[in-house]
Structure formats: C-alpha cells, structure tokens
Write a protein that binds this ligand. Structure first.
Ligand SMILES: CC(C)(COP(=O)(O)OP(=O)(O)OC[C@H]1O[C@@H](n2cnc3c(N)ncnc32)[C@H](O)[C@@H]1OP(=O)(O)O)[C@@H](O)C(=O)NCCC(=O)NCCSC(=O)C[C@H](O)C(=O)O
Ligand SMILES: [Mg+2]
Length: 262
C-alpha cells in the first residue's frame, strides 16, 4: 500500500515489543499505527520487537502500518530494515541527511518518513522533505538536543516546529506534530493538539489509545467552521469581496472547500 497520509490526524506509536499494545492498536480508532523499534524498546528486547513488528506488518491492517527503525548508524538499523520491508511506511528517527532516506527507500522498497528531532535535522529539513514521504517532529529529542530545562514547554520549539511545517508544505508532504507525554492530562493534550492544528500540522503522534479521541476532536472541523465554510463557498463570486465583515479571495474559498471535503 502506498498510503495517503493526509487526513489521518491520530497517529499512534507503540512499542513493537508489547503484544497487548499491538492488539489494542488494531482495535483502536487510530488513523495510522507506528510500531516502534527505537526508543520505546529496551536494548535486550530489540530482537523480539523486530520479529513481532515483522509478523504484525504481514497481517492486514485497517489503517497504514509503519515501522520505526533504529537510527541509521546504530547497531540495529540494518536488521530493522528487513522487518520494515513488510510495512506500508518506514520511519527513520533523527534524520540529518537526505541521503539516509534514499538509502532506506532503496533497501526496503517502501516509502520512508523522516523524524526531525535534532538541530542538524532542522537545518536540513527542506532537503529532507523533498525525498521523504512525510515529516514527523520528535519533540522529546528536540528538547533534549537543545538542552531545554524540564518544563520549558513548546515556546522554545516554535522555530523548529514551524520549519518542519514549512518544509513539508513546500514539498507537498504531510507532517505530524510530536507526542504529549502527560498520560493523564486530557485537557493539556487537547490544548496541544489544537495548537498543532493551528501550526498547520496534519496530525499528531500519540503514545496511548486514550489520546486518540481528543486528537481527532482537535482536527475535526467544528459545526461552526463547517457552517461558515458552506456560507463562504455559496457566497463566493471569484474575486475580492466582503463576507461577513471580512475580505475573502480565492485562497479563502479553496480553504473552505478543503475543509468541506474533509
Ligand atoms: C507510556 C506507556 C509505557 C504507559 O503504559 P501503561 O502504564 O502500561 O499503560 P496502561 O496501563 O494505560 O495500558 C492499558 C492498556 O493499553 C495498552 N496500551 C498502552 N499504550 C498503548 C499504545 N501506545 N498503543 C496501544 N495500546 C497501548 C496496554 O498494552 C494495555 O493493554 P491491556 O494490557 O490489554 O489492558 C505506554 O502507553 C506506551 O508504551 N506508550 C507508547 C510509547 C512509545 O511508543 N514511545 C515511542 C514514541 S514517543 C517518541 O519517542 C517520540 C519522539 O521520538 C520524540 O523524540 O519525541
Ligand atoms: Mg525521538
């Protein structure tokens, strides 16, 4: 499957080593599932996780199934690529060089998405977006590599997040926001998801099934947005005009049509 990743806001990560999570993900309302072989899996479980990911990826899924391999240059990367040949999409963490994407695509024959999670990755984000199937913000690693103090929040990440969205849009690729670590804070998750949508991301990566519904709600157009879009499309005359006290032009009509199509 060469999956269309647009219009799929809820992207669920889970450790491939955790069988119960794979079962839960299959039954969940996630729009894309990422089986992780990297940071969610302890070194002594890498082999087992790789085998489980390959088995899961061979089975049919209702949604696109991705495998996140260990970083290029790590001890596990090469073997992970063999498992990833069964997935719809391969995710490569800590990408800093577009050549890595080309190499992984050649080795697996699969579309390859890049995680941007270091300053060097942000610096080459534009080139990476040209060859990657999607961009994903790795906000934990970004915070770590920037040496942000605990609790610094997202303000110091603004330039990186906006660069990821700009690079993805310039290349016509989908892009996904980073994860929200606080498992029991549905309100905080909803706020961060709304912020991600406002930034321009196509969706958000998630770490627990309980985060799926608030994420989908954040990306779903509200009844008020839908009603306004319907009125705007009906009123559109082709050029600049007054609409409910605001100027609208072609791009506003196109945005309203996109929203209605969703
Ligand atoms: C964070 C967790 C370790 C919490 O686990 P736990 O406390 O055991 O959760 P629960 O008791 O609430 O679990 C209840 C059941 O739900 C299943 N479950 C839990 N999480 C998931 C999931 N993500 N997907 C599917 N199913 C899930 C459990 O298996 C339980 O099932 P059952 O036993 O049948 O009742 C855990 O939630 C977790 O591991 N989350 C994902 C971690 C992960 O994938 N991390 C990698 C991505 S984050 C990252 O690295 C981003 C990036 O790289 C960056 O730098 O920012
Ligand atoms: Mg990371």
């Amino acid at each position: 499957m060469s999956a269309n990743l647009f219009g799929r806001p809820a992207v669920l990560f889970l450790p491939a080593s955790r069988a119960s999570a794979i079962r839960k993900a299959r039954e969940s309302a996630a729009d894309i599932v990422f089986l992780d072989l990297e940071d969610a899996v302890a070194p002594e479980q890498k082999e087992e996780a790789r085998a489980a990911a390959a088995t899961a990826a061979r089975e049919p899924w209702r949604v696109p199934l991705a495998i996140r391999v260990n970083a290029h240059g790590s001890a596990w990367h090469r073997k992970d690529l063999e498992a990833a040949t069964f997935a719809d999409l391969v995710i490569v963490p800590r990408v800093e060089d577009p050549a890595v994407i080309a190499e992984v695509a050649a080795a697996t024959g699969r579309p390859v998405a890049a995680m941007i999670e270091t300053p060097k990755g942000v610096r080459r984000c534009w080139e990476i977006a040209e060859v990657a199937a999607a961009l994903i913000a790795g906000t934990n690693d970004l915070a770590a590599t920037l040496r942000l103090p605990t609790g610094a929040g997202r303000a110091p990440l603004t330039t990186a997040l906006q660069t990821i969205v700009l690079a993805a849009r310039a290349a016509g690729r989908p892009c996904f926001d980073g994860v929200y670590n606080k498992l029991d804070d549905a309100e905080g998750l909803a706020a961060e998801a709304a912020e991600g949508r406002a930034f321009g991301f196509d969706g958000k990566t998630l770490i627990h099934p309980d985060q799926i519904a608030p994420c989908k709600a954040a990306w779903a157009p509200t009844p008020a947005e839908i009603a306004r879009a319907e009125r705007l499309v009906a009123a559109a005359s082709g050029g600049a005009q007054r609409f409910e006290g605001e100027m609208i032009e072609r791009m506003h009509v196109e945005a309203a049509e996109r929203l209605l199509a969703r």
